[in-house]
Design a protein around this ligand. Sequence first.
Ligand code: SF4
Ligand code: SF4
Length: 112
Amino acid sequence: MTYVVTDNCIRCKYMDCVEVCPVDCFYEGENMLVIHPDECIDCGVCEPECPAEAIKPDTEPGLESWIKLNGDYAKTWPNITVRRDPPEDAKDFDGKPNKLAELFSPEPGQGD
Ligand code: SF4
Ligand code: SF4
């Protein structure tokens, strides 16, 4: 089991999650974060910290594509352990549907 970051993180990226992870297993893309499935120890601490409710346990149904996306990009995006300010327009994107198709970027973020 692992935890995964899902759709509503895209363009929100509040980064509250990175501050609480005991094993520093978040990785940063241009406009979302992912969790490394082999590093996550399933502690669950990050799930309630995410203001966008974007973090889910992989035991929830329907998350197959997100499990793959987290695993794939955690291998290439840089590690992030220190919270930065979220984008100024993050609130405008909270809860928007279909972000993966319309807003996802495969480009890496800046990391720590
Ligand atoms: S707190 Fe939630 S929305 Fe913010 S970066 Fe982490 S997973 Fe994404
Ligand atoms: S469940 Fe725990 S170990 Fe996994 S990403 Fe969240 S805080 Fe880190």
